[in-house]
Design a protein around this ligand. Structure first.
Ligand SMILES: Cc1cc2nc3c(=O)[nH]c(=O)nc-3n(C[C@H](O)[C@H](O)[C@H](O)COP(=O)(O)OP(=O)(O)OC[C@H]3O[C@@H](n4cnc5c(N)ncnc54)[C@H](O)[C@@H]3O)c2cc1C
Length: 410
């Protein structure tokens, strides 16, 4: 009897990691991979600005829900089997040297995503995995003999039939493949973008372009969504870790509201009381000096001048001349400065999709469909996504490894 055949749809991070992990452990299967694009692992080669932030130390991940706004519970259990430490070990065992930055992000020592791509591709070749590019899958069907037949978007039927299909197509979009999965009984949570910057309509920020604040907090006014971290002012609005995180927590809310909301910035990420105290100390120390001469230490002169004018304080005032009204206004601006968001930015820092194949449709131990035997899912196609920091790729490695083990652990 010939070998059983596996089709992996999508030659990306999850698909390749899955193929290699199956092939390294057993020769019982013949693996065929298909990708819509022409370059395997194209997105992986762009990750981390070309450096590939492939995982994280998870040292700052006290609360997994804050890291994975969708999918935290499933990942918590899958991490018992394959977590960031296993990822590090896996790549180091495959001769990729890694290092961790102070912020916990882990990269290859070469700082080249190409090293990871080349390694996975080398291993796939070594194990005789078949790869076909320019093949966009549009239909998965079960045949009468319990196999799978595949049809591509140009109407071409795949010559092979498969015993197993693993879908690793990344962020789902409204596509024939999505419709085909729905027909098979797979529940799909509407895909929406996550991890984006926010546009502010007025051009008041133009003069501040490029300014950063180390630790601010941002909130959607009147809603529960809040995050903190670095804030970057761009030519069109706000970006940086705090905003990207907020866009992840509020991905669905923002989509439903057509990316319009009021963004409240706490420039110092401190309570009103603490900020009052801080400004009063500045006043005490600098009574006879100009208000622009001194500012909280994580601001630049440019940003302080901007915030002073937002608080409607004249720039030629001395600290001692700051009356109660202006003091209150300044504290209010520093702790709850409101900007009207008019849309989402196009700047792709680490752009992922929230939504996808509902985790309810799957067996949580195997990531196999509950309705279609031998149909598996891994990677971003699942309703799992994370904030930036290497966590999205970690989810791809973990889910791919989980699927691979169905074929390698008896
Ligand atoms: C610019 C950028 C930078 C990023 N940087 C990081 C980072 O540093 N760290 C991190 O953790 N995450 C990062 N991410 C997120 C990360 O890249 C993804 O989470 C990860 O690639 C998901 O892997 P995947 O294999 O599930 O999907 P993908 O890597 O997207 O692969 C899916 C593959 O499926 C193919 N495909 C799609 N539809 C079909 C179809 N119908 N038929 C056939 N093939 C199909 C696609 O062409 C693609 O090759 C970044 C994302 C972007 C866009």
């Amino acid at each position: 009897m010939g070998k059983k055949k596996i089709a992996i749809i999508g030659i990306g991070a999850a698909g390749c990691f899955c193929a290699v992990n199956i092939a390294e452990q057993t020769t019982d299967y013949e693996i065929f991979m298909y990708d819509a694009g022409l370059t395997p692992m194209h997105k992986l080669s762009l990750t981390g600005g070309g450096r590939c932030n492939l995982t994280n130390t998870f040292e700052n991940a006290e609360n997994l829900t804050k890291i994975y706004p969708r999918g935290d519970k499933l990942l918590r259990s899958l991490f018992y089997n394959f977590n960031h430490e296993n990822t590090i070990e896996w790549f180091e065992n495959h001769d990729i040297k890694l290092y961790a930055q102070d912020d916990g992000r882990i990269f290859p020592k070469s700082n080249k995503a190409a090293e990871i791509v080349d390694k996975l591709y080398f291993l796939m070749n070594k194990y005789g995995v078949w790869t076909f590019t320019g093949k966009k899958l549009s239909l998965i069907e079960k045949t009468s003999n319990e196999q799978f037949s595949l049809t591509f978007s140009n109407g071409e039927k795949c010559l092979e039939q498969f015993d197993y299909v693993i879908v690793t197509t990344g962020g789902l979009s409204n596509s024939p493949l999505m419709e085909s999965l729905k027909k098979l009984g797979i529940e799909i949570i509407e895909p929406v973008p996550s991890l984006f910057s926010l546009k502010v309509k007025s051009n008041i920020l133009t003069s501040l372009m490029g300014a950063t604040v180390d630790n601010a907090s941002v909130m959607i006014a009147g809603e529960k969504f809040r995050s903190e971290g670095g804030l970057l002012i761009t030519h069109f609005g706000f970006s940086g870790p705090a905003v990207l995180k907020l866009s992840s927590y509020a991905a669905r809310f923002l989509k439903e509201n057509n990316y319009k909301c009021d963004l409240a910035i706490n420039w110092l990420n401190e309570s009103e009381d603490v900020v009052f105290q801080l400004i009063n100390e500045l006043i005490k120390k600098n009574r006879n000096k100009n208000i622009l001469s001194s500012h909280p230490k994580n601001f630049t002169n440019r940003l302080w001048e901007f915030l002073i004018s937002r608080a409607e304080i004249q720039k030629d005032k001395k600290f001692s001349e700051l009356g109660k009204k202006h003091l209150n206004k300044l504290v209010n601006i520093l702790t709850s400065d409101i900007y009207h968001v008019s849309g989402r930015g196009q700047f792709k820092d680490e752009f992922v999709t929230a939504g996808g194949v509902s985790l309810k449709s799957l067996n949580h131990k195997t990531l196999e469909s509950k309705t279609v035997k031998n149909l598996f899912f891994a990677g971003e196609v699942l309703d799992i996504d994370a904030i930036t920091g290497g966590y999205n790729l970690q989810a791809a490695w973990t889910t791919a490894k989980t699927v691979a083990e169905n074929f390698t652990v008896s």
